[in-house]
Design a protein around this ligand. Structure first.
Ligand code: RVP
Length: 498
């Protein structure tokens, strides 16, 4: 007869944190959000630590190189999705690893004989007002000059004339060599009163542009997730089908960590794939999942997983529970797996971090997931709302939205993640939709981090391990859940009245 688990399957909305005593040393400024990413000896440091406990979902709609760069600069990590060719995924990894803060690969490029009206169109498309003029119109062509929107006027200059007529030629242009550091470039920007300094490699080919504004911008990120060579860290999703070809290519490209990505990770396929990676590439961390209970966690930890992802069916775009009747409330899943993680540590002396993946709808859900024992969280919907995510930004009557679609939707058709038998999906396990547009990741994440820090302060914690070990949670009734929300008629802002 089937076993029925006595405990009800619960989700984050059913819990609240009780405030603990806040000591005088607890303040948002003293909160340290560092967290381990990979397996390590208990009491020692993880070989990879995140500066903040956020990872972005292994999804087409979410984890682009741009998003990975922005998230790593904020201390988190993206796992670039594997629902693309091995070559394309490796190129995406390289793009993140080659990112040099403040050194921009020019996206506004023209040839010298292009017309000014073509230049205007290119500037309009990219939104940038400085263009590189290269011999072949590419970002890495031989630099012939720079032209900015201040160099010509639509009424004063013939827009059918060539760009070469209005550019500042490279001979008159201060430029830097390839080995220039950001602080040297910055010194020249100020000393020579420049807005932009091109960096040239062999044969005068353009490598990067350094802008004054980017240098200031870089100072905003003291908490970046970087490797020993100070390159941003990036993870990569892999599947249990083509890992023997995909893994070497991703490692060659510089991926810092891998994650086997499956809607149900409690499988022999995943254990075999993890053992293969451990045997051939023992130095590269590889996570597994997804699981929802302690038994499955222990299975993957024993198979060598360096971290384990928790969550089945809770994702905002996920219909696995409707379609297959499989899953578990995310809070119950995290609590159960965290207990198994602690038991595994007691038994083996090894700490295997866990990640709460999916179903985090409000910022405070992040705090709850961490308090319940997650070492870091993974989010799809949250990151899909930002400029850096892949989905198109579309206008609606009520403002902008961004596209967001599940890996199990017909749009993504990631059959490697769902294993319905053979190549392809027989039925959908995800939907294709929209999320409200939320602007720039840096600003949105800063607000979420501020809320997390103040919650931790209220709970008397300045580190995540302290938060996890001292948090007190209470279940909420339907009635007290109502009490959580504002209970007045909200005043309309002038903008909405108009
Ligand atoms: P959310 O953050 O709630 O949007 O959930 C994102 C998570 O949902 C992913 O990290 C993944 O585990 C899961 N997912 C992705 N696609 C689908 C699907 O199509 N069902 N589910």
């Amino acid at each position: 007869m089937a076993q029925v688990i006595a405990e009800v399957s619960r989700t984050f909305n059913e819990f609240l944190l009780l405030p603990n005593r806040t000591r005088t040393d607890c303040s948002p400024a003293t909160v340290d959000l560092r967290t381990p990413l990979v397996r390590h000896l208990a009491g020692e440091r993880s070989a990879i630590e995140l500066g903040s406990p956020f990872t972005s979902a292994i999804m087409q709609a979410v984890s682009t190189p741009d998003l990975a760069i922005a998230l790593a600069r904020n201390g988190g990590l993206s796992f670039l999705h594997h629902n693309q060719s091995i070559q394309d995924q490796a190129a995406a990894v390289r793009q993140v690893k080659n990112f040099k803060a403040g050194f921009v690969t020019s996206d506004t490029n023209v040839r010298p004989d292009d017309t000014l009206s073509h230049l205007v169109a290119v500037m309009r498309r990219t939104g940038h007002s400085t263009a590189a003029v290269t011999h072949d119109g590419t970002a890495t062509g031989r630099l012939l000059g720079l032209v900015t929107s201040r160099d010509f006027h639509p009424q004063r200059h013939d827009l059918d004339g060539p760009v070469a007529g209005r550019m500042t030629a490279v001979a008159d242009l201060p430029h830097a060599e390839a080995d220039t550091t950001l602080s040297e470039a910055n010194a020249r920007l100020w000393d020579q009163r420049l807005d932009c300094l091109p960096v040239l490699g062999a044969g005068g080919h353009l490598q990067y542009l350094v802008f004054r504004s980017d240098y200031a911008d870089n100072k905003r990120f003291p908490n970046q997730a970087v490797d020993a060579a100070k390159r941003l860290r990036v993870g990569a999703g892999v599947n249990t089908h083509d890992y023997q070809e995909r893994v070497p290519a991703l490692l060659e490209a510089g991926a810092d960590a891998l994650c086997f990505d499956s809607s149900d990770g409690y499988s022999d396929w995943q254990a075999q794939a993890l053992s293969w990676v451990k045997k051939h590439y023992p130095e590269i961390p590889a996570g597994g999942g997804n699981v929802v209970d302690g038994e499955a966690f222990t299975f993957l930890a024993e198979a060598g997983a360096d971290f384990v992802k928790v969550g089945v069916g809770g994702g905002s775009i996920c219909i696995t529970r409707d379609q297959k009747g499989i899953g578990r409330g995310q809070a119950s899943a995290v609590l159960d797996v965290a207990a198994a993680r602690d038991a595994f540590r007691e038994r083996t002396g090894e700490y295997v971090p866990i990640c709460s993946d999916g179903g985090l709808v409000h910022d405070y859900h992040v705090a709850l997931a961490l308090a319940m024992g997650a070492d870091f969280v993974m989010m799809g919907r949250y990151f899909a709302r930002f400029d850096q995510a892949a989905g198109a930004k579309l206008p609606t009557r009520d403002g902008f939205v961004k596209e967001y679609w599940g890996e199990g939707s017909n749009r993504a058709r990631n059959w490697q993640r769902y294993g319905q038998g053979g190549e392809g999906l027989i039925f959908e396990e995800g939907v294709d939709g929209y999320v409200p547009y939320a602007g720039d990741l840096n600003e949105g994440l800063a607000t979420t981090i501020a809320k997390l820090k103040t919650t931790m302060v209220s709970c008397g914690s300045v580190t995540l391990p302290e938060f996890q070990s001292t948090a007190r949670l209470t279940l909420v009734s339907d009635q007290s859940f109502q009490e959580s929300h504002a209970n007045v008629t909200l005043r309309d802002t002038p903008a909405t009245i108009a």
